[in-house]
Design a protein around this ligand. Structure first.
Ligand SMILES: [Zn+2]
Length: 285
């Protein structure tokens, strides 16, 4: 079984996770830029982070046989902080880079005007750069936040096929299914979706335009829940081709729209040169 995790924050995970993910079948992933917990105090903090997502983390992933790509953007939470918003002016420089396969995570957190401005500005950048957009739906008022997110997406003029609305659940999936946007689901140990609830959604809505991720980060999360969902699909009667579509081909189709997926590792040669002598496998830190 081959798995492409379309949303996972490896910066906050260990080498043990990389090993276990490889053993479970994960061969590729996308790491979206997000809030780091500790508030950032300047745009330079973003650029150092983006550079790590483009350089160090892909190199780390490659040590364990996993292809790493990223998305960059100003996350919804920090869109409210005037110390952070100047990063919007720096994004075009990053959106031109090869390892960036989408704009994100963008969207709403508490649905402020500042969040809406950053959201719309970054959707316009996605259109300008011909990139997909990864939209985070808020954890509170999920239904209202999803409806407003779809409205902003509609106003932006971006092709809905270039947009995924993530962290959906049974309440919000129907509206997104009808919009033409992709439907993203984060499988969590005890919040958001579980493997069995995900299987029920797949039975009802089919396997097209659906992305399943672990969204694992520093919080209570599990980078192997993509595999657990694949196993739950098989146990529920989906065949291997349907599992492959959801777990591998769908992320490939969605992020492949960037024209920048590198699954044969030609970017790794460059990374290996950059970090020569600093191997994780040898305990290089
Ligand atoms: Zn995330």
């Amino acid at each position: 079984m081959r798995i492409f995790d379309p949303h996972i924050h490896m910066t906050s995970r260990t080498t043990d996770d990389y090993r276990a993910m490889y053993d479970a079948g994960v061969r590729a992933l996308v790491e979206p830029a997000f809030w780091l917990g500790q508030p950032r105090t300047s745009p330079g903090s973003f650029t150092d982070y983006f550079d790590a997502l483009l350089g160090w983390e892909p190199y780390r992933a490659a040590q364990f046989g996993i292809r790493h790509h990223c998305t960059v953007g100003l996350n919804p939470k920090e869109a409210n902080d005037p110390r952070c918003t100047p990063v919007l002016d720096l994004l075009p420089r990053y959106l031109a880079k090869d390892g960036v396969v989408a704009v994100g995570e963008i969207g709403y957190d508490t649905m402020t005007d500042a969040e809406e401005h950053a959201f719309a500005t970054q959707l316009a950048l996605a259109v300008e750069f011909g990139l997909p957009a990864l939209v985070h739906t808020p954890h509170r008022d999920k239904a209202g936040g999803t409806a407003r997110s779809l409205a902003v997406v509609g106003e932006s003029g971006i092709d809905p096929g270039y947009v995924v609305l993530d962290h959906l659940n049974e309440v919000t999936v129907g509206e997104v299914a009808g919009s033409g946007c992709w439907m993203g689901f984060s499988i969590y140990p005890d919040t958001k979706m579980t493997p069995d609830r995900m299987v029920a959604v797949l039975k009802r809505y089919g396997t097209e335009r659906i992305l399943v991720n672990s969204a694992a980060d520093w919080g209570h999360s599990d980078p192997l829940l993509t595999r657990a969902t694949a196993d739950a699909m098989l146990a529920a009667g989906f065949d291997h081709d349907e599992v492959d579509r959801v777990m591998w081909r769908n992320p490939l189709i969605f992020y492949g729209q960037s024209g920048r997926l590198d699954l044969d590792g030609s970017n790794d040669v460059q990374a290996a040169g950059l970090y020569a002598g600093n191997s994780i496998a040898r305990g290089g830190s």
